[in-house]
Ligand binder design. Sequence first.
Ligand code: GDP
Ligand code: MN
Length: 341
Amino acid sequence: MKIHEYQAKQIFRELGIPVPEGKVAETPDQAVESARSLGTYPVAVKAQVHVGGRGKAGGVKLAKSAEEAGQHARAILGMSIKGITVKRVLVEAGVDIQREIYAGVIVDRERKAPVLILSAAGGVDIEEVAAADPEKILHLVLQPGLGLQAFQVRRACYFLELPKEAHRAMGETLHALERALFELDASLVEINPLVLTSRNEIIAADGKINLDDNALPLHPDLEGLRDENEEEPLEAEARRHALSYVKLDGKIGCLVNGAGLAMGTMDLVKHFGGELRCDRVAEGVLKARELTGIDVPIVMRLVGTNEDKARELLEGTDLIMLPTMAEAAQKAVELSHRSGD
Ligand code: GDP
Ligand code: MN
């Protein structure tokens, strides 16, 4: 489950991470009032939606007066960002930005550990930094039972080339980030940008928290942070009845009691004319084999949409594509005998 920036910032505040003072507004008038009560300018007016890149989409604007904050709120409220209609804005005190840092902590499935991720190239999409300049990103593995250690904090501060005056505040913020991940059972806690001000303060100018749905029953208090405006309406309705429902395209619904049966049923539906992008599957298997270096024969039963394209993709490779489960199973057995063990 995702939560809003203003909710994440409330959690940050409780954990001791400095955040700008701010108020949520649902109308332009409320935004004017919020700006007035903050009493410092500029103020940032920020769309509250569960998607990133709000800045680029025009959902984050600075205002030099309460009236201007109202105008920005009027423009942002009701705007659609990546398909989600903005219902609320956060009006918060502007941050004196000297540098923008990326700080995030995630449960990293590949490293099989929680990992703290840092970059001096904050403010922008971290995936872009990772693709273009991977050396600009520091990964610190949080060892089970040990957690974030003093030497790792020092390493982070030097990697980020922070002035000495900011080291202590940075350490406190990183420890609080780690606590947020563990205490909330989150899968991701991210601050982008984490701002270094000209007075060497560290302030979270943005906040993103993804909670692990499987752990939510342990956190009834967090359930209240759910925003159904952001969810698929049918999935939300199903959850209210304690049902697992996944919305997919198409005209046929499957009512099943178990994931395996769901997959089997989908396969059969697709087998008799539903859709399954065979070329995508073929591409996926080819890629996986290349990455893992599997050198045993692979037999696939593949039928459906773009079947011809898939066959073309597999031509000349030693991947075998057959149209029925029976033929694929027979082929696999035959090949296993040939290999001699
Ligand atoms: P995002 O685009 O959805 O990630 O929203 P952010 O809260 O990260 O805002 C985008 C950018 O707005 C930041 O990276 C800053 O460069 C810029 N910005 C400029 N002044 C401010 C300010 O006072 N507060 C905040 N939050 N962002 C500011
Ligand atoms: Mn951001």
